[in-house]
Design a protein around this ligand. Structure first.
Ligand code: GDP
Ligand code: MG
Length: 763
C-alpha cells in the first residue's frame, strides 16, 4: 500500500487533516504538541488505498525531544512514498523553515498550505503559484478545518508519489554550497541514502549524524578549517539556520501580502489576552471560569435562584411526582431550578437507567434461578455496573466544558500564566499541558510528557498527572459530594466537587515544586510555545471527543468493572471455608476479614478503626480502585445491599432499590457513621493515590528507569496519605491547620537553606 506521511510544525493542523482524510477521531487540541506518537489511517478516495501517517509536530529535523526523534526517524527510515508538508499559512515564514529541510530528502514532497480560511478571513492574499515555482514542489491551498481542497491535495500527492524526486537545498547559492556538494558526493559514494540531507546535517554538527558518519566527519572537519564566516565564525549550526531564514525571507516575502501591513492593529485574540492572561487577574479569572463549569454541571440550585427567591418545592405546588409528567418535571425543578448538568443527569438516571435496570432486575427474579445467582446478578453485577453507568452524564458534561476550554485556545493560556508564576521554582508552563490533559485520562497525558526535553521534569510531571482528577474519578467525587448534601444537608455539590479538584491541582503544584527542588532537580527549559489564536470550538471536534469518551467508558463498565464487581460480590458472599453467606453475614466474608486487618492503617485519614465493624468497606473500595477508579463506586453499590440488610438501615428517602451511586454512599454513611471530613479525605486519598492499572503501566513504560518508577509508586502512597490526613485533621479540628502550616514552613525553610548552601559550595 502507498504510504504518505503528514509532517509539519506543531499546531499546524496535521491531526485535523488526518481525521478528515481517514475518518478517525484522533485528539485535536489547540496547543502545540498534542500528537506525540505517530498514528496511522487509510485514505480510500484515490485510485488505490493510501496509508496516512500523522507524525508529531516538529520545528526542525534536528531533534531534541523524544517526539521529535519519532518524526525524524519516520521520514528518514520508513521511506514514505510522499511527504505531505502541512504549512500554517498564517505563519508562513516559520513553517517554511521545516520545509527547507524536508526538501533536502530524496522523497516526493507536496506542500499543503493550510488555514487558508483564516488567511482569507483576514483579507490577506497568498500567491501559491509563486511559492510552487520557488520551492519546486506542488503547493495546494487547503483548509483542514473546513475540509476544502482536500481531494485536490490528495490527487496531487498521489501523482507526485509516482515519480521519484531528488532532494534540493535552500543553501545552494551560499558560500557553503561547495562544502555541501563535496560531502554529499562522499556520502553518496558510501551508499548513504538521502546524501544531501545527511551532508547538510553533518555540516551542522547534528549529534545523531556525527555519531553515524564518523569517517566522513574527519573530512568535514578538514573542510571546515578553511572556512570562517564574519558573523558566525565556526558555528555552522547557526550559520545554516541563518542561511535558511535569509533564503525564506528573500524568496517568500512577496508571496503573502498582508492587508494590514505594518499597522500594529490588535487582533481580537490580543485584546482577549490582555484580560485573560492579565498578571494579577489571570488566575482569579481562571478560578471563576472553573467554578462556573462546576456550577453548570453539578449545582441543584442554578444561579442560586432557589435560595435567593425562596422558590416553592414541587410538593408545595401540589405536583404529583408519581405521575410521568410530575416525574419529568422533577428532573428540571424542585424548589430550585437545576443546572443543565443536573437536568441531563436526572433524565438519564430517573427516566432511563432507573427504569431499565428495574425491568432487568424484575426479569432476573422471575426466571426462577437459585437465590445466590439472583443475588450475584441483581446486587452484584447490575448494581455495580449500573452505578458506574449512572455517572455518564456528569462526565460528559464536564468534558464538554473542558474540551471547549481546550479547543478555544484558553488552556494554552493557563499554561502560559502558570509558567510565569512558577518558572523560577523549577516548573515550566510546558509541563502544565500534559497535566491539564490529565483531567481527561492519565494515560494519554503521561504519554504527552514526551514533549518535555528534561527527563527529571518529565518524571515529576508524570507523578502528579493523576492528581488532575480524571473522568474515572469523577463518580467518586459526584457520589460522595451528592451523599454529603443528601445525608448531612450541608453545602452544594458544585462547591464540594470544585474544591476537591482544586485540592488536586494545588497538591500537584506543591509536589512538583518540592521534587524539583529536592530529588528531581534540573534546569527548567525555556517555554517557547507560541500561543495559538483563539477560535470558536468546533462542534465536530467536541462531539468526537465526547463520543470517544462515551465508548471508552461504556466499554470499561462492561469489561473491567463487570469482572471486578463479580469478584467483589463473591469475596463478600463466601467465607474462608467457602460456605455461602447471606447478606447479613457479610462481616464473616473473606473480604471483610482481610480488610479489617488493614483497616487501622487508615485511622489518621478518618476512615479506619474509628468507623467500627463496617468501616472496612472504604478500604475495600479504595483497593478495588487500583484496578479502575470506577470500581470505588461500583464496590459501594455491590456492598450496599448487604449493609442495608445487616444494619437494617432505615434512612428516610433512601431508595436502595432504585439505587444509584449516591444512595450507596448514603448507605455507607449510615452504616459506619463516617464524618464529612473523613468522606472528603476519602475522596482526596483516591485522587492522589496510586492510579489505575493502566496509568501505572504507562508511567512504568514512559519512565524507563526502574528507580524512578519505584520512587513514583512510593510518592503516590506517601502523597495520598499526607493529603488525606491533612484534609481529615483540618476538617475535624480546624486549629490543626496551624500545625500543618508550621510543618510545611519548616520543610520549605530546610530545603531552601540546603539548596543555598550547596549552591554556595559549587560557586
Ligand atoms: P497539529 O498539532 O498539527 O496536529 O494540529 P491540530 O490538528 O491539532 O490543530 C491545531 C488547531 O488548529 C486546532 O485548534 C484546529 O481546530 C485548528 N485548525 C486546523 N486546521 C485549520 C484550518 O484549516 N483553519 C483554521 N482556522 N484552523 C485550523
Ligand atoms: Mg496533532
Amino acid at each position: 500500500m502507498l504510504k504518505f506521511a503528514l509532517a509539519g510544525n506543531p499546531n499546524s493542523g496535521k491531526t485535523t487533516l488526518f481525521n478528515g482524510l481517514t475518518g478517525s477521531t484522533a485528539h485535536v487540541g489547540n496547543w502545540p504538541g498534542v500528537t506525540v506518537d505517530k498514528r496511522e489511517g487509510v485514505y480510500k478516495k484515490c485510485a488505490e488505498p493510501i496509508a496516512i501517517v500523522d507524525l508529531p509536530g516538529i520545528y526542525s529535523l534536528s531533534p531534541y525531544t523524544p517526539e521529535e526523534v519519532i518524526a525524524r526517524n519516520y521520514v528518514l527510515d520508513e521511506k514514505p512514498d510522499c511527504i505531505i508538508n502541512i504549512v500554517d499559512a498564517t505563519n508562513l515564514e516559520r513553517n517554511l523553515y521545516l520545509s527547507t529541510q524536508l526538501l533536502e530528502i530524496d522523497v516526493p514532497v507536496v506542500i499543503a498550505l493550510n488555514m487558508i480560511d483564516a488567511v482569507e478571513r483576514a483579507g490577506d492574499k497568498l500567491d501559491e503559484k509563486a511559492l510552487e515555482e520557488k520551492l519546486g514542489v506542488p503547493v495546494v491551498r487547503i483548509s483542514a478545518l473546513k475540509e476544502t481542497g482536500i481531494k485536490q491535495l490528495m490527487d496531487v500527492a498521489y501523482k507526485a508519489s509516482k515519480s521519484p524526486r531528488k532532494g534540493s537545498t535552500a543553501l545552494k547559492d551560499t558560500a557553503l554550497s561547495h562544502l555541501i556538494g563535496d560531502v554529499k558526493i562522499a556520502l553518496d559514494g558510501q551508499g548513504v541514502k538521502n546524501p544531501l540531507f545527511h551532508a547538510v546535517k553533518l555540516i551542522e554538527g547534528d549529534e545523531i549524524e556525527v555519531a553515524m558518519h564518523k569517517d566522513t566527519l574527519k573530512m568535514v572537519e578538514e573542510f571546515k578549517k578553511t572556512f570562517t564566516d564574519d558573523v558566525f565564525g565556526t558555528d555552522f549550526e547557526a550559520l545554516i539556520a541563518d542561511a535558511r531564514y535569509k533564503y525564506i525571507s528573500k524568496n517568500f516575502d512577496s508571496v503573502l501580502s498582508k492587508k494590514n501591513k505594518g499597522s500594529m492593529k490588535m487582533t481580537k485574540s490580543d485584546k482577549a489576552d490582555k484580560v485573560l492572561t492579565h498578571k494579577i487577574w489571570g488566575i482569579p479569572i481562571f478560578l471563576v471560569i472553573l467554578f462556573a463549569i462546576f456550577h453548570l454541571t453539578f449545582s441543584e440550585d442554578f444561579l442560586y435562584l432557589g435560595a435567593i427567591f425562596g422558590l416553592p418545592s414541587l410538593e408545595e405546588l401540589g405536583v404529583d411526582t408519581e405521575t410521568f409528567g410530575g416525574q419529568l418535571l422533577a428532573c428540571f425543578y424542585d424548589g430550585a431550578v437545576f443546572s443543565p448538568g443536573v437536568i441531563i443527569n436526572n433524565i438519564w438516571n430517573e427516566i432511563i437507567v432507573g427504569n431499565v435496570l428495574g425491568w432487568i432486575k424484575t426479569g432476573v427474579e422471575s426466571i426462577g434461578m437459585a437465590e445466590w445467582a439472583v443475588g450475584l446478578l441483581n446486587d452484584g453485577v447490575i448494581e455495580g455496573v449500573g452505578a458506574v453507568l449512572s455517572f455518564l452524564p456528569p462526565i460528559l458534561v464536564l468534558f464538554l466544558f473542558f474540551s471547549i476550554l481546550e479547543d478555544s485556545g484558553y488552556m494554552a493560556r493557563i499554561a502560559f500564566i502558570l509558567d510565569r508564576m512558577f518558572r523560577k521554582f523549577g516548573l515550566s508552563g510546558r509541563a502544565f499541558l500534559p497535566m491539564i490533559m490529565g483531567f481527561g485520562c492519565s494515560v494519554p497525558a503521561m504519554i504527552n510528557t514526551r514533549t518535555l526535553a528534561d527527563d527529571k521534569e518529565r518524571a515529576a510531571t508524570i507523578r502528579v498527572i493523576p492528581f488532575f482528577s480524571c473522568g474515572a474519578k469523577l463518580p467518586i467525587l459526584t457520589a460522595v459530594a451528592g451523599a454529603i448534601v443528601a445525608a448531612f444537608g450541608i453545602g452544594n455539590a458544585d462547591v464540594i466537587t470544585f474544591s476537591m479538584y482544586l485540592i488536586g491541582i494545588v497538591a500537584a503544584i506543591v509536589s512538583v515544586l518540592l521534587m524539583r527542588n529536592t530529588s528531581l532537580k534540573g534546569d527548567t527549559p525555556p517555554f517557547i510555545m507560541e500561543l495559538p489564536s483563539y477560535h470558536a470550538p468546533q462542534f465536530k471536534n467536541l462531539m468526537a471527543h465526547l463520543w470517544d469518551k462515551t465508548k471508552h467508558f461504556v466499554k470499561k463498565a462492561f469489561t473491567i468493572i463487570l469482572a471486578s464487581t463479580i469478584i467483589i460480590w463473591v469475596l463478600t458472599h463466601f467465607s474462608f471455608n467457602w460456605t455461602f453467606l447471606a447478606d447479613e453475614e457479610i462481616n464473616q466474608s473473606i473480604l471483610a476479614q482481610v480488610s479489617m486487618f488493614v483497616q487501622p492503617l487508615f485511622t489518621p485519614l478518618g476512615f479506619g478503626s474509628q468507623l467500627g465493624e463496617f468501616g472496612w468497606v472504604f478500604v475495600v473500595a479504595a483497593v478495588a480502585g487500583l484496578i479502575a477508579k470506577e470500581n470505588v463506586i461500583a464496590t459501594f453499590s455491590t456492598l450496599a445491599a448487604c449493609l442495608v440488610a445487616v444494619a437494617s438501615l432505615n434512612v428516610e428517602g433512601l431508595d436502595i432499590e432504585a439505587e444509584e451511586g449516591i444512595d450507596a454512599v448514603r448507605a455507607m454513611i449510615t452504616a459506619t457513621g463516617i464524618t464529612v471530613p473523613a468522606l472528603l479525605s476519602f475522596i482526596a486519598f483516591n485522587m492522589t493515590t496510586i492510579p489505575c492499572f493502566a496509568a501505572v503501566g504507562t508511567a512504568k513504560a514512559e519512565l524507563n528507569d526502574n528507580k524512578l518508577y519505584k520512587g513514583t509508586l512510593l510518592f503516590w502512597i506517601v502523597a495520598s496519605y499526607v493529603v488525606g490526613a491533612m484534609v481529615f485533621t483540618i476538617g475535624t479540628w480546624w486549629w490543626t491547620a496551624f500545625i500543618w502550616a508550621a510543618v510545611i514552613a519548616i520543610v520549605c525553610y530546610v530545603i531552601v537553606t540546603i539548596n543555598k548552601r550547596s549552591a554556595a559550595k559549587k560557586a
